[in-house]
Design a protein around this ligand. Structure first.
Ligand SMILES: NC(=O)c1ccc[n+]([C@@H]2O[C@H](COP(=O)([O-])OP(=O)(O)OC[C@H]3O[C@@H](n4cnc5c(N)ncnc54)[C@H](O)[C@@H]3O)[C@@H](O)[C@H]2O)c1
Ligand SMILES: CC(=O)N[C@@H]1[C@@H](OP(=O)(O)OP(=O)(O)OC[C@H]2O[C@@H](n3ccc(=O)[nH]c3=O)[C@H](O)[C@@H]2O)O[C@H](CO)[C@@H](O)[C@@H]1O
Length: 460
């Protein structure tokens, strides 16, 4: 079988895998670097994934719509920060000709026989999964799809997406029959800050095929690309649910921690201590209370399930309500604690530390800092914010006056609220503040010498 003419690589360059023969022949094709891989989406997850594939398979074409990402990668640079190993690995792979980037998805699809999709899957304002980017990529893949190709979807999608959305699009647009190519869901079980470690095998890789042959090929490919075991789920829909269930467990668990955390004053205990102690036996693993749950994973995944089922999901909904209530709870604590010091909110300057959703990650989608700042402003405070990973415009877009980390003490706030404890905040000289209230959302600041209220622990 030959590639469609006009592909990036010469015709016939990439070996088809789906239906290509016994396991050892498929493995030989992968190990022999005869199968080109296209990775669509070169972001926080896609670039590390493309690098791991390139290091193992030897021929990866990264695709991104952001020309600056494409230029950066082709220049051997790494645009994703704070990922150990990634900058050096990226430079070496580009220099060795194993990894290159393009914004031409069609050309990449023509050249590759393995297509890995890892683009954003956000939720709309109406809390519906937005699969428009996945659709666009799948259409490009279809335009370059050849018999024997395989498509691995790694970005999180609602259950049923691969079988009921991806396959029909590929069939209709490519003109191929569904039994001429493979589709599998192979979820990205990776966290920013440890992506290479996670991708190469911190946990088992899960794969689920729309048919047995798709699952077989996925199992062989990921058995070669990762160092850990590969778990073959019954089908793609099950694998899609596995990824979501991981996130739903985390959202519900954090909601329990948050609800317990709001009881610290009522119970007159340090709830964080009680949780830590309760967790000393193996049947308890309560997570940490905080000012809210952010990012483009955990707060969004519940809607991928709720939007696809008819049965009521009261626990998922309630967990979202509890977690989304924490910014307002935190603002109430600020108002109450300042009120005890005769500082009304309409005369208060409140400094928020950390706007991204978690430390060290330049991602502010669904960050709890947003609604917290809105609540503080609504209660009349003059709100300032600082985040070493965001520029002033990004911080100002949340409704707070941006402050550089080096200028914190000079803002002379009445209260400081820690939402996201970036490591840069460890250097804060708290004795430079004049009698400030500290509200510590993440139990991160230790003894500042100032009156401190820790979410989940109460007053210190
Ligand atoms: N970030 C995480 O912690 C994490 C963890 C596990 C799974 N995931 C999943 O991976 C997906 C991607 O996450 P991420 O953190 O890499 O996102 P990201 O926003 O960091 O990167 C997305 C990249 O895709 C590119 N892109 C957008 N549209 C495109 C298109 N049509 N074709 C090609 N590229 C396109 C963007 O330019 C960007 O570079 C998420 O939606 C999520 O489902 C993320
Ligand atoms: C592969 C994948 O998808 N990986 C995801 C990724 O998730 P993520 O990058 O979105 O980060 P999370 O750590 O889940 O945090 C989300 C928000 O919840 C807040 N939070 C967290 C814990 C807690 O006890 N209390 C909290 O309040 C935190 O501040 C932040 O705002 O890594 C997690 C492992 O780290 C995985 O489990 C998760 O599947």
């Amino acid at each position: 079988m030959t590639r469609r003419a006009g592909g990036m690589a010469e015709v016939g360059a990439s070996t088809p895998l789906y239906g290509a023969g016994p396991d050892d022949e498929v493995r030989d094709a992968i190990e022999g670097r005869d199968a080109s891989v296209a990775v669509y989406g070169l972001g926080k997850m896609g670039l590390p994934l493309a690098a791991v594939y390139a290091a193992r398979v030897g021929d990866v074409i990264g695709v991104d719509v952001d020309e600056s990402v494409v230029e950066s990668l082709n220049g051997g640079d790494c645009h994703v920060d704070r990922e150990p190993e990634l900058p050096g690995l990226t430079t070496r792979l580009v220099e060795d000709g194993k990894l290159r980037a393009t914004s031409d998805a069609r050309a990449a699809a023509d050249a590759a026989s393995v297509h890995v999709v890892i683009v954003p899957t956000p939720v709309t304002d109406a809390k519906e999964p937005d699969l428009s980017v996945v659709d666009a990529v799948v259409e490009s893949v279809a335009d370059g799809l050849s018999p024997g190709d395989v498509v691995f979807v790694e970005c999180t999608v609602p259950p049923g997406t691969c079988r009921d959305r991806v396959v029909p699009t590929l069939v209709e647009r490519s003109g191929l029959d569904a039994d001429e190519f493979g589709v599998a869901f192979c979820p990205e079980r990776t966290s920013s800050g440890r992506a290479i470690e996670d991708i190469t095998g911190a946990y088992p890789k899960v794969v689920g095929g729309v048919d047995a042959e798709s699952a077989r090929i996925a199992e062989i490919v990921y058995g070669y690309v990762t160092d850990n075991e590969v778990i073959r789920a019954s089908d793609a829909r099950t694998a899609e649910a596995v990824k979501l269930f991981e996130g739903l467990y985390r959202d519900v668990n954090i909601a329990l921690a948050n609800e317990l955390g709001t009881l610290a004053d009522d119970l007159a205990i340090d709830v964080r201590e009680a949780i830590e102690t309760a967790n000393t036996q193996p049947f308890c693993d309560i997570h940490d209370p905080g000012p809210g749950v952010g990012g483009h994973c955990i707060p969004w995944y519940p809607y991928f399930v709720m939007s696809r089922v008819t049965e009521p999901t009261p626990l998922l909904r309630m967990a979202r309500e509890v977690n989304d209530s924490m910014p307002a709870f935190t603002a109430r604590i600020v108002e109450r604690e300042l009120g005890e010091r005769d500082t009304p909110m309409d005369r208060a300057r409140v400094l928020v530390l950390g706007v991204t959703y978690r430390p060290g990650v330049e991602e502010s989608r669904a960050t709890p800092a947003g609604p917290l700042i809105a609540e503080l402003n609504h209660r009349g405070a003059e709100t300032l914010a600082s985040d070493p990973l965001l520029d002033h415009d990004a911080i100002a877009s949340f409704g707070a006056e941006p402050v550089d980390v080096s200028e914190l003490v000079r803002t002379d706030p009445d209260a400081v609220v820690v939402v996201t404890p970036h490591e840069e905040f460890d250097a804060i000289e708290w004795d430079g503040f004049d009698d400030v209230l500290v509200v510590d959302g993440r139990d991160s600041v230790g003894d500042t010498g100032h009156r401190t209220y820790t979410i989940g622990s109460g007053r210190r």
